[in-house]
Design a protein around this ligand. Sequence first.
Ligand code: AMP
Length: 248
Amino acid sequence: MKILVPVKRVIDYNVKPRVKSDGSGVDLANVKMSINPFDEIAVEEAIRIKEAGKATEIVVVSIGPAKAQDVLRSALAMGADRAILVETDADLEPLAVAKILKAIALEVAPDLVILGKQAIDDDSNQTGQMLAALLARPQGTFASKVDIDGGHVVVTREVDGGLETIRLTLPAIVTTDLRLNEPRYASLPNIMKAKKKPLEVRALADCGVDATPRLKVLRVTEPPVRAGGVKVADVDALVAILKEVGVA
Ligand code: AMP
């Protein structure tokens, strides 16, 4: 069984994003970039399935600039077997990404594709669902548990107010939620070994996909600045203020 894991290079989750002065987007100049956290969870899950003897190969794929090779090397250091970079400097929308992933999936022929539930830069939460539709495959989104059971995958999903368990026939698409697992750190020997694992770079034009944007970003704004707090002397003063602002 083969597993395909798409990983996106995004602004590191510890970095506070700054909006460009013209409001056209987030300023990425000199900002630390890392593997999307949900994709790291997806790589970890694929490795655990392989370690359990239920998968034979893990292929990771990223669509992005040449520097996205870094996130692919990180995934290889964790334990993926080979990587594909579809190189482009364009900022692609989820539909274009899903179409490219479809082309890669038709070539790699994975039994399972595990994506993150969302990329933390654009928070779209669309690619996995679109890929499932384009490939006409069953999907289990927001997975907090994944079990391979013969020709099926049993996915426990985090839904409002509880958990839902579904059984999908392979080949299938799964997207990861935060509680699925805790990704491992790559050891130094594995980081060194990852440098020798195959990483194929190809041009976006070779995928034969129309990646023309269909959406126009009108503006990006920072969240409103929070007003400062007030320190009160005692409970009576607190109650008086709460009454004053009309919440008590
Ligand atoms: P999104 O729909 O943009 O929130 O992304 C959901 C998931 O799709 C991510 O967690 C990745 O697994 C995958 N994905 C999105 N964009 C890319 C990309 N440029 N390269 C590889 N995988 C991607």
